[in-house]
Ligand binder design. Structure first.
Ligand code: SAM
Length: 287
């Protein structure tokens, strides 16, 4: 099975079923066969990552493999993060292409929310300046896929990149691993408190699909920013990408909740063709 589109090429690599899957996630996910899918992302010129390849074409592209449920059209597949949603390769490609303009050469620590099978996070682990990356989800089955993805891809990133998984349920108290990642005193102690600081980049793709998730998702985002630094405006940003229109009711709820939580909102400008396909990316940070 080979898919191609403008954003990325992804290829089912071996399609072997995993018989001994013990994930505690959704029942149909646990029973489903898994497959490795390879994605390729293109940087505009030379890549924004630490690659020593002599060949310019290799330097300007990034390959990532993610494990997903093999039958993406099977029963229940629509409810799961154990497949790649359309916003994930779109956001990964956007980040690869615009990396310099997002980080301004600052080091950054990344937290992916609702990571599913981890495509965005596993791509970011290859970009320059990324120091630590934690991919989170509330579904243990997804976390297991991401862990497999870390083993499969780690030869692609430079030594010293810290890449982990963590269970996180939006709206609930942050666990110690995550509080430690976002804690500004720890960041200052490890990196020295420099003027620009280390950026906290939160990313998420296709996370908003019902009214129910809006309050808890943005509460978690605001909590993460506040743990980072009450006064450190501009040091953190959340890039949320979607592949379909949310509808008036959800849009209205998002606007109410983000205003109440004092999150600034900026809709990024994408190409007309991408917008026609329903793609959008919104940036949030502390007001
Ligand atoms: C539509 S999937 C998108 C997955 C992935 N980001 C992608 O684009 O392929 C939504 C993801 O959010 C996770 N999720 C949903 N509700 C959540 C919650 N309350 N707390 C944490 N994760 C949640 C799901 O387990 C799933 O992985």
């Amino acid at each position: 099975m080979i898919y191609r589109d403008k954003v990325s090429n992804y290829e089912n690599v071996d399609g072997d079923g995993e018989q001994d899957l013990t994930a505690l996630g959704f029942l149909f996910d646990a029973a489903a066969a898994k497959a490795w899918v390879r994605h390729k992302f293109q940087a505009p010129t030379t890549g924004p990552f630490d690659c020593h390849a002599e060949d310019k074409d290799l330097r300007s592209s990034i390959e990532v493999e993610v494990q997903v449920i093999a039958d993406e059209d099977g029963p229940g597949a629509l409810q799961t993060g154990q497949r790649t949603w359309p916003a994930a390769p779109f956001l990964a490609q956007y980040l690869v292409e615009h990396w310099a303009g997002i980080t301004f050469d600052r080091k950054c620590e990344v937290l992916e929310l609702g990571a599913g099978c981890g495509l965005v996070g596993l791509t970011l682990a290859q970009l320059s300046g990324v120091d630590t990356i934690i991919m989170t989800d509330h579904d243990p089955g997804s976390l297991k896929l991401i862990q497999e993805g870390i083993f499969r891809n780690q030869h692609r990133w430079r030594d010293g990149v810290r890449c982990e998984i963590s269970h996180m349920e939006w709206g609930k108290e942050l666990n110690r691993q995550i509080v430690s990642l976002v804690n500004i005193e720890r960041v200052n102690a490890e990196h020295g408190s420099c003027k620009e600081g280390i950026m906290l980049l939160l990313v998420g793709s296709d996370l908003v699909y019902s009214l129910d998730v809006v309050e808890s998702l943005f509460k978690t985002v605001a909590d993460l920013f506040r743990h980072r630094d009450e006064s450190g405006r501009g040091r953190g940003q959340f890039l949320l990408c979607g592949s379909f229109a949310l509808g008036d009711e959800i849009e209205k709820r998002v606007a109410e909740v983000t205003e109440r939580l004092k999150l600034c909102t900026e809709r990024l400008i994408l190409g007309r063709e991408d917008e026609r396909r329903g793609m959008w990316i919104t940036k949030y940070n502390l007001a």
